[in-house]
Design a protein around this ligand. Sequence first.
Ligand code: SDX
Length: 426
Amino acid sequence: MTATIGIDGKTAEYPVHQGSVGPEVIDIRKLYGNTGRFTFDPGFTSTASCESKITYIDGDQGILLHRGYPIEQLAEQSSFLEVAYLLLNGDLPSQTEHDEFKYLITRHTMVHEQLATFYRGFRRDAHPMAVMCGVVGALSAFYHDSTDIHDPKQREIACHRLIAKMPTIAAMAYKYSVGQPFLYPDNSLSYTGNFLRMTFGVPAEPYIINPVVEDALDKIFILHADHEQNASTSTVRLAGSSGANPFACIAAGIACLWGPAHGGANEAALEMLRTIGRPERIPEFIARAKNKDDPFRLMGFGHRVYKNYDPRAKVLGAAATKVLDTLGISDPVLDTARELERIALSDDYFIEKKLYPNVDFYSGIILSAIGFPTSMFTALFALARTTGWIAQWTEMMEDKEQKIGRPRQLYTGHPRRDYVPLNQRG
Ligand code: SDX
């Protein structure tokens, strides 16, 4: 099938490609050559940047699949490490493959001892995302020379290193912020249990892992693992398209994720819920969110792709109640969140604009109940999303059609003009 595009009395046919599911794409790579014109799509609302087999989202139906498996089933029945294997390799592992993968990741959890000195360069009150950007980018200095990105084996080692070391790096960022000593990884623990111990354990006594917390956090990591071509994944792909090493690409992804419109929304959403405080104040904030002249937005609400309930928010909303009940924690913010959701979803503005809770609306309530400060929320998002980023980076590196990403523009600045010497200017 083709699409016909005509301009200046001339028409040309452009191939239409059909995926396995989801919208077809019009291949416009020859448009500029044929018409001397670019497409114009700020924010890429109608643009597919690549072909991928990793994650599929149906925003209208609120469907999220990882290599074909529904996120609800993975969150309920799988583990983060198994989902990481799935994203990287395309299929669920056999028991042998799972055990080998777990062994491989476990053997990469330590970071170079000198990396610890990077933390000392930051103020203790540095935002953990600033630390993560710096330290992950610095990993290039330790592995850059030995990472031949055109060698599949070395790409695989880089993937394992990043998945394995992100919990260690994130835990160290937290420890540094509270002035406690770093804990080395304990390879006898699960991926998430090891992270909990490195974060909340101290050398002075054994750390007892609460299985409810371990399970909830592992579920949160699964729900944040990958999400198609979102802003930070697109950043990783664009950085990787230049041939930059994977550590630098992941650092770029972390930087992009930090923004409150993206991964930073989980921190902003909990701050917002705490500012609202009581359900009686909700109408005031709903009014602000609807006010065009007010930059305030309901954090944790709305999504570029989901025009239905984010399936991850559904799982997190249920998990929030279960975790708080099991831990015996009563957090009024959860009641405020539920009431805010109820009011917003019955309000014409939110219904008309199809604004629903997204992954960031409830996650912070659970993370706070587990004991994380809000400043760590986006660092946890980055920890989990590293698996998706590196799977997408690998897919891009293996894509024969991929080339350096280099968009064009609509130029509305000055046409050519000559330089005026300073003594001749008005
Ligand atoms: C993530 O892309 C991904 O997949 C991201 C992510 C992932 O897993 O990688 O899912 C993670 O980033 C989730 C989103 C987290 N961000 C927030 O919760 C911040 C609040 N949400 C918004 O800023 C907004 O909804 C975005 C950024 C998420 C999406 O913005 P879009 O797609 O560019 O939509 P838009 O800004 O053009 O909004 C459409 C309309 C606008 O009104 P009009 O100009 O048409 O009159 O809806 C309004 C917006 O003003 N709107 C909101 C709103 N979100 C959109 N109004 C009030 N509150 C909001 N939250």
